[in-house]
Design a protein around this ligand. Structure first.
Ligand SMILES: Cc1cc2nc3c(=O)[nH]c(=O)nc-3n(C[C@H](O)[C@H](O)[C@H](O)COP(=O)(O)OP(=O)(O)OC[C@H]3O[C@@H](n4cnc5c(N)ncnc54)[C@H](O)[C@@H]3O)c2cc1C
Length: 261
């Protein structure tokens, strides 16, 4: 099986600031980290490779700093890493990022499965995997918690819903985004980390890809109208009482009066 995992490098979330005057989200300049949801996608890619043979690759739209995230994935056992990096890609919205990834995947050649995280923890749009599937007109299943079977050119997966889960059969190749319930990601070994340091990362710029530049980077279709810090939450309320029973009664009455229960 040839599996490609889409990996995003995200900044340290706690350090993100909002510049309301400039209408911008200011990202910290640190090395960042692999999007936590993507760690589950990488783990699942590695498990499927170990079960069925083949290779597990990672691909990212990013900048030079993204190399550290890709090396972390190679330290875990990923075969090769591809970085799609160009000044023209900066300021891309999720639609554009998805289209850049489609161009990268096309250059890579045939594959059986594209895996992604459920969403990025910084921008949270959960759009990129769907855009990639649409770009190939390929089956997609989002928020998958289990691969029940992979056989004979198809996969059967469990996709979470608000009520429980659906069992979905997908013809391969397909795009699947995964949730954290799917597995427990492994940690890198020292040997893996050392080997990853020496590995080559293939970098492709816009000129290397068959990509129509309209709608990419600063020409993205999304226009940000306003960026603002959320208003502070209303202060909570302490319920006073002498005994646990009294406290429970008061809490119950309050919840009932507010029609919460
Ligand atoms: C107008 C506009 C301008 C923007 N400008 C910038 C900018 O200058 N710099 C910047 O960093 N961001 C910018 N962004 C944010 C950027 O568009 C998103 O971070 C990006 O498109 C991915 O969307 P998301 O983070 O919501 O990912 P989601 O769709 O929530 O991610 C779901 C999954 O898709 C995959 N994925 C997501 N992004 C990537 C990626 N880059 N490479 C590989 N796989 C990926 C991962 O598997 C991830 O778990 C901008 C957004 C808008 C709307």
């Amino acid at each position: 099986m040839k599996i490609v995992v889409l990996v995003k490098q995200v900044p340290e979330i706690a350090l993100i600031k909002v510049d309301e005057a400039a209408n911008e989200v200011v990202l910290p300049q640190g090395p960042g980290t692999v999007n936590p949801h993507d760690e589950f996608a990488v783990e699942e890619g590695l498990r499927l490779k170990e079960k069925f043979g083949g290779e597990c690759l990672v691909m990212s739209v990013g900048n030079q700093r993204t190399e550290s995230a890709l090396r972390n994935c190679m330290a875990l056992g990923v075969n090769d890493a591809y970085l799609l990096c160009d000044e023209k890609f900066e300021k891309s919205d999720p639609q554009a990022v998805g289209r850049i990834l489609v161009a990268g995947l096309k250059k890579l050649g045939e594959f059986d499965l594209v895996l992604a995280g459920r969403q990025a923890v910084d921008s949270d749009s959960a759009q990129v995997p769907g855009v990639v599937a649409a770009g190939f007109d390929m089956p997609q299943a989002m928020f998958v918690k289990k691969f029940e079977a992979v056989d004979d050119g198809k996969a059967i997966v469990h996709r979470i819903t608000e009520e429980g889960f659906d069992v979905v059969e997908l013809a391969l190749p397909a795009v699947v985004s995964v949730v954290k319930e799917i597995n427990e990601p492994r940690l890198p070994s020292l040997k893996g980390k050392m080997a990853a340091k020496k590995k080559q990362i293939t970098t492709w710029s816009a000129a290397d890809l068959d990509l129509d530049g309209s709608g990419i980077g600063v020409n993205s279709g999304t226009r940000v109208e306003k960026v603002a810090t959320p208003p502070p939450r209303p202060q909570g309320e302490f319920i006073e009482g002498e005994t646990p029973d009294e406290l429970a009664d008061k809490l119950f009455a309050k919840l009932r009066d507010n029609q919460i229960i």
